[in-house]
Design a binder for this molecule. Sequence first.
Ligand SMILES: NC(=O)c1ccc[n+]([C@@H]2O[C@H](COP(=O)([O-])OP(=O)(O)OC[C@H]3O[C@@H](n4cnc5c(N)ncnc54)[C@H](O)[C@@H]3O)[C@@H](O)[C@H]2O)c1
Length: 334
Amino acid sequence: MKIFITGIAGFLGANLADYYLKKNYEVSGCDNLIGGTLDNINKNKIRFFKANCENLEEMSKIIRDVDVVVHTAAYPHEGLSSFSPFLICKSNYIGSVSVFTAAIQNKVKRIVFCSSMARYGNINPPFHEGQKVNPVDPYGVSKLAAEETLKILAQTHNIEYNIAVPHNIIGPKQKYDDPFRNVVSIMTNLILQNRQPIIYGNGEQTRNFSDIDDCIYCLDKLITNKSIVSETFNIGPDEDSITINELFKILCNKLKYNGEAEYVKDRPNEVKHAICSSNKARKLLNYKTSVNLSDSIDKVIDFIKSKGPKKFEYNYDIEINNELTPETWKNKKF
Ligand SMILES: NC(=O)c1ccc[n+]([C@@H]2O[C@H](COP(=O)([O-])OP(=O)(O)OC[C@H]3O[C@@H](n4cnc5c(N)ncnc54)[C@H](O)[C@@H]3O)[C@@H](O)[C@H]2O)c1
């Protein structure tokens, strides 16, 4: 099987590439390296293209002679998307349409798109795949728009597709020096530098974190299973949800940090209770949480320790800088 992964130098893309290399698949992929690093991939075994998904001409040239395209590339910045909407939507929507178009031009059999739970927005949890959605930020809208476009194109051109809706995945190879996303990694990176972690709002937001390994075997089914087609799946646990305050306490215990967190104003549009139902994945993908949260956090800590804590990088321009823009980003507090 020949598989092309966009965003292959990123967290999910690189872990997926490792998984398929172990199975001796032919793996190729592209990344523009804005949010990923070449350190994440085995360059000797992967056909890697440094390319921007938004460039259709380039995508058409490199997505050649493959069976499946897995589109993981994105600017996965939900919070930032209310302040850099053009940047985020361009990459997430235009970039997705470009990848889908190139894949169809080159007659791939199947496209698998990584959406996000942000597609659900402000509705009652737990979120079910068939529920009427209400995204509340440009990131969620861009993901939903890409999903809908994929469904239309797949139907029109008679190709297979599946949509994965992962939520808060954590694990090795995740970027931990990006101030705009990945709360577990940000807190760990700060604490390891003996710096004070920051919590938005009162910290009582609830989240479910999923281990990368539990995400990969489900994604594999969306990519390779012949009888799973034209489906949308939440991927991740619906048990063991925790608040950000509880997450902070867990990290304090594990990293022996005695300080307090700094509480800052909450971010506009942040969904308070974001939990996806795993029922459909349990039933059709045999989803089971095999790595518990504590072990999963240990994997993140070990990874960051092995690479060493890093200074945060502000790689993304803030397009709307006003009184609502979080001070953490304006004043580069991380
Ligand atoms: N990690 C999570 O918790 C999570 C949760 C829900 C959804 N997702 C979705 O899963 C996918 C992967 O997320 P991730 O955590 O691996 O993010 P990531 O940032 O680690 O990986 C994304 C990769 O895509 C690359 N990229 C971005 N825009 C590109 C472009 N225009 N052209 C080429 N490469 C580009 C980045 O450089 C990066 O390496 C994303 O689509 C994200 O929205 C992730």
